[in-house]
Ligand binder design. Structure first.
Ligand code: 5GP
Ligand code: ZN
Length: 149
């Protein structure tokens, strides 16, 4: 699923100006534009100019800026004409997480009561007890190692 930077990546084409998009924000590191197939009206994407395929490829400073810009856009959607009642920030990292464009991006999705957008879960992995939660927490802490921000 890995796509090189350049013409084979739709978001690289948008950043380069060789594919159309309706922009709402641009700075040195990021652009934001309307999603072409919005989940709800006003659905935006915050996209690094650099071709960074996955979350792990996004440098902390750029990732932090993605969140800052996403937050500003959320406020604009709430203040704007679309009567936004709520916002979901969503980032899909990996095909299993529903990433379809392998150039990292943060979704800013305006929400309206009854808009029909839902996360559906077919089965539930159970109700872990505290022992299981502690074991999983220990495993994550070990994997985190010295990587804390
Ligand atoms: P993902 O599932 O990878 O998180 O989401 C990719 C998003 O990119 C989808 O919401 C899809 O509608 C959007 N998208 C795909 N191609 C284009 C395009 O050419 N232009 C725009 N504006 N959005 C796109
Ligand atoms: Zn790209």
């Amino acid at each position: 699923v890995s796509v090189p930077p350049g013409p084979s990546c739709i978001f690289c084409r948008i950043v380069a100006g060789t594919a159309d998009a309706s922009f709402v924000y641009e700075d040195d590191d990021l652009v934001a534009f309307m999603d072409i197939n919005p989940v709800t009206r006003g659905h935006l994407l915050v996209v690094p100019r650099a071709h960074l395929p996955g979350l792990a490829d996004v440098p902390p400073q750029v990732g932090g800026r993605m969140f800052v810009v996403g937050r500003e856009l959320a406020a604009a959607l709430r203040a704007g004409p679309m009567t936004t009642q709520g916002i979901n920030l969503f980032l899909a990292d990996g095909a299993a997480a529903m990433q379809s464009v392998f150039h990292a991006h943060l979704h800013v999705i305006p929400r309206f009561r009854g808009d029909g957008f839902r996360f559906v879960r077919d089965h539930w992995s159970g109700s872990p007890d505290r022992t299981e939660l502690e074991a999983d927490a220990a495993a994550v802490r070990a994997a985190l190692g010295g990587a804390e921000a």
